[in-house]
Ligand binder design. Sequence first.
Ligand SMILES: Nc1nc2c(c(=O)[nH]1)N[C@H]1C(S)=C(S)[C@@H](COP(=O)(O)O)O[C@H]1N2
Ligand SMILES: [Mo]
Length: 421
Amino acid sequence: MVAETPRESRHDEIEAILESKASGVKPVRDEVDKYTVVGPARRDTFANWVTPIEEHFVCHRNDIPDGDADAWTVSLTGQVEAELSVSEIADGYPTVAVAHTMECAGNGRGQHDPETGSVQWGFEAVATAIWTGAPLESILRDHGVAAAEGTWLTAVGGDPADGDDVFARSIPLEKAIDDCILAFEMNGEALPREHGYPVRLIVPGWYGVNNVKWVEELRVTNSMVGQGSLDRPGEHAYWQQEAYRIHPRNAPPEANETIETVDTWEQLEGAVDHPYTFDANAMSVIGTPDGESPVTPKADGTVEIRGVAWAGDDAVARVEISTDGGATWDDAELFGPDYAGAWRLFRYDWNAEAGRHSLVSRATDELERRQPATISAPDAWRDALENDEFPWNEGGYAANAYEPNGVTVEVRPADGSTKNE
Ligand SMILES: Nc1nc2c(c(=O)[nH]1)N[C@H]1C(S)=C(S)[C@@H](COP(=O)(O)O)O[C@H]1N2
Ligand SMILES: [Mo]
């Protein structure tokens, strides 16, 4: 392997992004600054349904392209041939907004033991924003493309490739037509450059990597992107067929033209050899109390535990809370907005005794798939799930174990004796 050195351009870019984010936002870098990655400043980001742009994580590998909306175009290729300007996308089709919980498939990677490569995220690489744009359904229909089983839509990013790897990701055409949009606004503002300006793909409920930023080509074909699929130089297969695949140690995944099962958890249960990271697995994070400072119960002796839970494009059916480190559990209440592809808020009134307590949450989706307790040792692979463990995998992808996301909280006596602290 060739030793890699940090890229100067990347370093400056991270600094610029940090300036635009909330104070205290931390960069979470890999060894060579290959990924521009920024996480929110505080755990209490996860006590709210909408994530402000300044707290939304950022993750990409290449330098941000210098595109201007006036000059940018998106080509439709493969079974279609057309070129759309950004104003045609914005003005020629219905404007819609979708709520999307975007989780980097590498979220939780830092919880793998032994450590896996790349950015050591804890639980911070997830956020929910309102994305405004044009439905792919309208755009594709206008060009004579209808949903068809076994057909894929490949989105190509206009970011300059690092080395030869073109940033290209494929999703089933059915998902594209069902609820995906080409977004040009985020939380009601023009899309920030680092989040994909002038136009990005939003794939509600699916891992971040599927949400291609700086989209310049949408290709409709009968297979996922593989080497040689695109009419351009470079390596086309890396981001779909190699990176972001879940596989055990020393087991490089093989490329597929198509797969029957896209649900990530179903793939993990055995449907696909080396699963692709498509829809997000069931997950939850407690946002408050945040463990940063002691909490004082209300007059009735309770402390509200509040957080968020999501399950990709499946619904969250249940969230349980443990206030004793996972020994006993009680149901939390789901409340607030309920959109497919976006997280739900949960709350729980905790009768909090003074002292230190370890709080944990775990979500179950509508198909009864519950977050496992821990990440397995390497080599457990498929057996892990039966033991309430998430399979350790070489890329550190799609981890949704609950124990590592817990928070330790100090509760003050409720009698107010420490009020003046
Ligand atoms: N063109 C392009 N799109 C990309 C990426 C990239 O490197 N290039 N990174 C992906 C990954 S891995 C993630 S997690 C999300 C992050 O989106 P955000 O930075 O807006 O949070 O963008 C995705 N889209
Ligand atoms: Mo990611």
